[in-house]
Write a protein that binds this ligand. Structure first.
Ligand SMILES: C[S@@+](CC[C@H](N)C(=O)[O-])C[C@H]1O[C@@H](n2cnc3c(N)ncnc32)[C@H](O)[C@@H]1O
Length: 268
């Protein structure tokens, strides 16, 4: 079994961040996350269900099986579905690299912010392809930290962001995987691959995104890797703190922040 380590951790703050992230980016990422009525869809690496809670109600006639390695996250996801009265999702613990499903079982597969954490994303995609029916659709959404730009620019902020890139790399992951979706999907044998960039652009005229994306999603995520980055001597405290301060600075009235996600859609 290929082992993977989830760099962001499983804290309550991280669960809140993932929910904030999903709600803010709902339309941008999921306006086209649509499956046919009657389809059986696998969501791989569902975590606390931050995407599930958006996608399942959007596809009320579709049945979802959502899997994750973390039992704790699955329990939290189930609670969320219960509280929202979402009844078309079943949760199950499973490893993406060794799925407990037969070949050609699913009509669709959805993967969101998971490949970036995996040491061997190509093997994961091949395993997902195995359980997908012929002509079934896979949708993969990932970020790419190299796409980040902001005003005022700050070398400290870039160095703080780089801490996550370095930490994730140490664990075998890749924060810049968005740009690799096309080659990865093609190399795993999918066809008709189409990748679309989904750019989040934020300035003060979009106050919901200033909070929801700059503060509560991106900067909160980078801030969260601080303790590990300091412990592993990737950066010194003063530089990191200044970097975080400069990221928050981009949320002020003259600030600008931009990040691009990539969504790949392909057919088996
Ligand atoms: C960043 S979270 C994304 C969660 C969810 N897809 C979302 O967008 O909110 C990545 C998730 O992948 C899960 N994960 C990592 N490696 C896995 C593996 N080998 N098999 C199944 N899940 C895995 C982690 O437990 C974590 O919940």
């Amino acid at each position: 079994m290929t082992k993977s380590v989830y760099v962001h951790g499983y804290s309550i703050r991280e669960a809140t961040r993932l929910n904030d992230q999903a709600e803010t980016l709902d339309h941008l990422l999921h306006h086209d996350t649509l499956f046919n009525p009657g389809d059986l869809v696998l969501e791989a690496g569902c975590g606390v269900g931050a995407q599930t809670r958006i996608i399942a109600p959007k596809n009320p006639e579709t049945r979802f099986i959502a899997v994750d390695l973390s039992v704790e996250s699955l329990t939290s996801a189930q609670k969320t579905m219960d509280s929202l009265q979402i009844h078309n999702v079943e949760f199950q613990q499973a490893d993406i690299f060794k799925l407990p499903f037969s070949d050609n079982m699913f009509d669709g597969v959805l993967v969101c912010f998971v490949l970036e954490h995996l040491p061997d994303p190509l093997s994961a995609l091949r395993e997902l392809k195995r359980v997908l029916k012929k002509d079934g659709v896979i949708m993969v959404i990932e970020g790419d930290h190299g796409s980040t730009f902001f005003y005022p620019d700050s070398s400290y902020a870039h160095r703080a962001i780089n801490c996550q890139v370095q930490l994730q790399k140490k664990h075998g992951g890749n924060c810049n995987i968005g740009r690799e979706l096309y080659p990865l999907l093609s190399a795993s044998g999918f066809r008709n691959t189409q990748v679309t960039p989904r750019m989040v652009y934020v300035d003060a005229s979009r106050p919901r995104l200033v909070d929801g994306f700059i503060r509560n999603t991106f900067t909160a995520m980078i801030e969260g890797v601080g303790p590990d980055a300091l412990q592993q001597d990737i950066i010194d405290k003063e530089t990191f703190d200044k970097g975080i301060q400069d990221l928050y600075r981009t949320a002020e009235s003259d600030g600008v922040f931009s990040y691009t996600f990539f969504k790949g859609i392909a057919i088996k």
